[in-house]
Write a protein that binds this ligand. Structure first.
Ligand code: C2O
Ligand code: CU
Ligand code: CU
Length: 479
């Protein structure tokens, strides 16, 4: 079966927003797609890996003429790609060479909150560094690193502070997937920006409380990219790294592709699609098979009707690999008896956005859940004004599973682990949540301006041994 729709509610697509900024095809020559290189460890032993991640300022040539002032991780913009191996002890030095405070948030990693997780309570001041250590116990996945100082997350991500992070494990390594980085395994970090005079970005000038958008698509920081296809199968690790934009992806000729992964890892079964919509912060891993094309052909990836990437087909060796019908097992723990369903309500738009009728407060703990307990959470989006909008609900510190949408089956590509789920207006999405590690974790809408605007809350995952841990929490004055 091949699915041919975007699943989400069409009247809620961002194209209907009053402030929608349509993408425009950039009028610059095609350029080779930038593939952020893999970050070299400082040191590696059989059991431990050491990295240094530097948040730095820089200048990037996106367009002919002036370079753009940007921020990045070990790079002028975005970042080098960081690889973590499951089970290894990871040590990361976080260095802040920016002129302001930042934090390093590992979106999608199951690490202890709030400091290692890198949300707003883990500041690294300008000119300073800090050190984190963790051991990952989660399946192979495509996750990411981004800045998260509240309420400056949106501005810092817009400046370029976002990088892809790959978790590797032995289960994924045995599956017949392409995995030659930059050749047949490539990232597609999807973002949009507006270039002002002298090719500069101007976050404040473009500010919109419902999310900043720009007319120019940037893919891994490349305007109008092409990619040379030299293998029959290509694995794309797609990340919606935009502040607000939804991407409705499809290829020329309605070429079908196979989704193999979602936010938290490989899906239990591959799903064939011709269309794929991603909301902010969501990831999808897909395999595209070019067998029906010959050298000289070009296959275009679009969002709505705007070309994003042109895949130039070259000679490739025949590849007859068949994907198994079953890829990985997804844990399905039973809900802990006696726990009520937790209700979370996302409401409003613009400056009115809230969770459970409240704005985020850094020093307020909104909810508690015991480590190891399994609880249903019902996430409701009450924002139905003028068709409403899809709010991408994100949780730190865990990967959840999607149980239902308004009591119906989740979308066919939502059977794997997720950390972000798009909730349609008037809809309640039931998810199953379990924390494996204690800590304080944020949950919020991932339209980043909504999160900065207060559509965010935090939960304490506690243990019986330490039911009331105390954390040093930031407040707005110390930021
Ligand atoms: Cu992408 Cu609070 O996170
Ligand atoms: Cu996160
Ligand atoms: Cu929102």
């Amino acid at each position: 079966k091949v699915y041919t729709d975007y699943f989400f509610d069409e009247p809620a697509f961002n194209t209907h927003d009053g402030g929608y900024v349509p993408l425009e095809e950039a009028k610059v020559p095609q350029q080779p797609l930038n593939v952020p290189p893999l970050l070299k460890p400082d040191k590696e032993t059989a059991t431990d890996t050491y990295y240094t991640v530097v948040a730095q300022t820089g200048e990037t040539q996106f367009l002919p003429g002036a370079k753009t002032k940007t921020w990045g991780y070990n790079n002028s913009v975005l970042g080098q790609t960081i690889v973590f191996e499951k089970g290894k002890h990871i040590h990361v030095t976080l260095k802040n060479e920016l002129p302001e405070l930042t934090t390093f948030h590992w979106h999608g990693l199951n690490v202890i909150g709030p400091y290692v997780d890198g949300g707003c309570h883990a500041p690294v001041y300008p000119g300073k560094s800090s050190q984190i250590d963790f051991t990952l116990d989660q399946p192979a996945a495509t996750v990411w690193l981004h800045a998260h100082p509240c309420p400056e997350t949106a501005a810092q991500v817009y400046h370029g502070l976002a990088a892809m992070v790959l978790v590797k494990d032995e289960v994924e390594a045995k599956l017949p997937f392409p995995r030659n980085w930059g050749i047949d395994d490539i990232p597609l970090i999807l973002q949009d920006r507006r270039f002002h005079e002298n090719n500069q970005w101007d976050y404040r000038a473009d500010y919109d409380p419902d999310g900043v958008q720009g007319p120019t698509a940037l893919i891994n920081g490349t305007v109008n990219p092409y990619f040379d296809v030299t293998t029959q199968r290509l694995r794309l690790r797609i990340l919606d790294g935009a502040n607000r934009r939804e991407w409705r992806l499809h290829f020329s000729d309605d070429l079908a592709f196979t989704q193999i992964g979602s936010d938290g890892g490989i899906m239990p079964a591959p799903v064939k699609l011709t269309k794929l919509m991603l909301t902010c912060a969501e990831r999808a891993e897909v395999i595209v098979d070019f067998s029906q094309y010959k050298p000289g052909d070009e296959v275009t990836l679009y969002s709505d009707d705007v070309p994003l990437v042109r895949f130039r087909v070259h000679q490739f060796a025949t590849d007859e690999t068949q994907l198994p019908e079953h890829l990985v097992d997804i844990a399905d723990p039973t809900v802990t008896p006696g726990l009520p369903v937790r209700k979370v309500v996302m409401s409003g738009m613009d400056e009115e956005v809230m969770i459970d009728g409240k704005k985020f407060a850094m020093q307020r703990i909104d909810a508690r859940q015991k480590v190891g307990d399994v609880q249903y959470w019902d996430i409701t989006n009450t924002n139905t004004m003028n068709g409403g909008m899809v709010h991408p609900f994100h949780m730190h510190g865990t990967q959840f599973t999607v149980i239902s949408r308004n009591g119906h089956e989740p979308y066919p590509n939502e059977h794997g682990y997720k950390d972000t789920v798009g909730v349609n207006p008037g809809e309640t999405v039931r998810i199953k949540v379990k924390f494996d590690l204690p800590g304080l974790y944020m949950y919020h809408c991932h339209i980043i301006e909504h999160e900065d605007g207060g559509m965010m809350a935090q939960i304490l995952a506690y243990t019986a041994a330490d039911p009331n841990p105390s954390y040093k929490l930031m407040d707005m004055d110390t930021m």
